[in-house]
Design a protein around this ligand. Structure first.
Ligand SMILES: *Cc1c(COP(=O)(O)O)cnc(C)c1O
Length: 359
C-alpha cells in the first residue's frame, strides 16, 4: 500500500486506524450482517453510535449537561445564517473579522438584517494576525473564527465576554482543550479534524436553545427542533457520524485533547523553525504570536515562480495538498490531528533540501 502523505486543507487526512477499522466492518457491521450505512437511523445499532459520538465529544472537551451536542448538515456555511436566525434578538452582534470565513459569516448576518458591529479586523495586513480587542458584554452574541484556515492564524486563547461567544472551530476542532467559560456556541464541519464531510457539529449552551423566534424561522433551521429530536429529526448523515465516532475514540485513545495539543504544537514548531531558519528563503504568512498549529501558510519571496515547483516536486515524493488557497497563493501545509510527526518531518526534510537546491 502506498498512502500519500496528506497535507490537504479539507476534506483532509483521517487517521489510518479509523479507516482500517471502518474497512474491516464495512460490509458486515460487527457480525450483524449489514453495513452501518444500510440500516435505520432509528435502530438501536445506529443510536449507540450516534449517542456514543456525543458522549465522546463531551468527554474530550470536559463539558456536561449545560451544553447540547448537535449533528447537523449544510456545513459551516449553513451556520453562518443559522447562528443569527437563532441567537439574534434585535440588538447588536459583534464580529471579529480575521479572514474569508468571518467575512462570509458577516455577509450572511447582514442579509438577515442583523446590526453587525465589526469590533476588530486584521484586513489591513491581509489577515496575517489575530487582532487585540475586547468584546462588549452586552451584544446578542460575539463571533470569532478560532483558526483561519487560509491565512494560517489562530487564537491562542478564547476571548472573554459575557455575551455568548460563538466560535467557528471548523479547522481546529478537537485539536486542543478549550476554555468554555464564555462559549455559547462552538461549531464546525467534521471534514478537517473530525472525520469526513457531511456532518456539522454544533455545541450549544442550553440557555440559548429557546432564544429562537417561532415567528419566522423555519422549523428545520431552529436549533430547538434538533435539540428536541436528539439530532434525529430527519435522516442524519449516518456514515459520517459513524466515522466521527471512530475518530473521537481515536482521540480519546491518544490520551485526550491535552495530549493532542502537545503533538500538534510539536508538529507546527518543526515547520515554523524551518521557515524561520531558512535565511529568508521561506516566509510565513502569519505573524509570530498568531501562528496556527493547524495550517502553515508560507511563500518563497525571492522567486514566487518556485512555489508551484515546490508543490510539484513534493507531489513526486508522495506529499499531496500543499498548494496554497486561491485567495492567498503560495504554499500551505495543513497539519491536522491525523498528520503525524513523521509526516511533518518528511515535509521538513523536503523543505530543507528544496531551499538548499534553489537558495
Ligand atoms: C472550511 C471552513 C469553512 C467552510 O466549511 P463548509 O463545511 O465547507 O461550509 C468555514 N470556516 C472555516 C474556519 C473553515 O476552515
Amino acid at each position: 500500500m502506498s498512502r500519500k502523505i496528506n497535507f490537504s486543507a479539507g476534506p483532509s487526512a483521517i487517521p489510518l486506524d479509523v479507516l482500517e477499522h471502518a474497512k474491516a466492518e464495512f460490509t458486515d457491521y460487527r457480525g450483524e450482517g449489514y453495513s452501518i450505512m444500510e440500516i435505520s437511523h432509528r435502530s438501536k445499532t445506529f443510536e449507540e453510535i450516534h449517542f456514543g459520538a456525543m458522549e465522546k465529544i463531551r468527554k474530550l472537551y470536559g463539558i456536561g449537561d449545560e451544553y447540547e451536542i448537535l449533528f447537523l448538515q449544510g456545513g459551516a456555511h449553513l451556520q453562518f445564517s443559522m447562528i443569527p436566525m437563532n441567537l439574534y434578538q434585535g440588538g447588536r452582534a459583534e464580529y471579529a473579522n480575521t479572514g474569508v470565513w468571518t467575512n462570509k459569516a458577516i455577509k450572511e448576518a447582514k442579509v438577515l438584517g442583523v446590526k453587525v458591529d465589526v469590533v476588530a479586523s486584521s484586513e489591513d495586513e491581509n489577515f496575517s494576525y489575530i487582532p487585540e480587542f475586547k468584546f462588549s458584554d452586552d451584544a446578542d452574541y460575539a463571533y470569532i473564527c478560532s483558526n483561519n484556515t487560509i491565512y494560517g492564524t489562530q487564537y491562542k486563547a478564547m476571548p472573554k465576554t459575557k455575551s455568548p461567544l460563538v466560535v467557528d472551530a471548523s479547522s481546529d476542532f478537537f485539536a486542543r482543550p478549550l476554555d468554555f467559560s464564555s462559549i455559547g456556541l462552538l461549531y464546525g464541519g467534521a471534514q478537517k479534524n473530525a472525520g469526513p464531510s457531511g456532518v456539522t457539529i454544533v455545541i450549544l449552551r442550553k440557555d440559548l436553545v429557546d432564544r429562537v423566534s417561532s415567528q419566522n424561522v423555519p422549523m428545520f433551521l431552529r436549533y430547538k427542533t434538533h435539540v428536541e429530536a436528539n439530532s434525529l429529526y430527519n435522516t442524519p448523515p449516518t456514515f459520517g457520524i459513524y466515522l466521527l465516532n471512530l475518530t473521537m475514540q481515536h482521540l480519546l485513545d491518544l490520551g485526550g485533547l491535552a495530549e493532542v495539543e502537545k503533538i500538534n504544537a510539536k508538529k507546527a514548531s518543526t515547520l515554523y523553525s524551518i521557515i524561520d531558519g531558512s535565511g529568508g528563503f521561506y516566509k510565513g504568512h502569519a505573524k509570530a504570536g498568531s501562528r496556527s498549529d493547524m495550517n502553515v501558510s508560507f511563500t518563497i519571496p525571492k522567486e514566487h515562480a518556485l512555489e508551484p515547483v515546490f508543490v510539484e516536486e513534493a507531489l513526486k515524493e508522495g506529499m499531496i495538498g500543499l498548494k496554497g488557497h486561491r485567495h492567498l497563493g503560495g504554499i500551505r501545509a495543513s497539519i491536522y490531528n491525523a498528520v503525524s510527526q513523521s509526516d511533518v518531518d518528511k515535509l521538513g526534510e523536503f523543505m530543507r533540501e528544496f531551499a538548499r537546491k534553489h537558495g
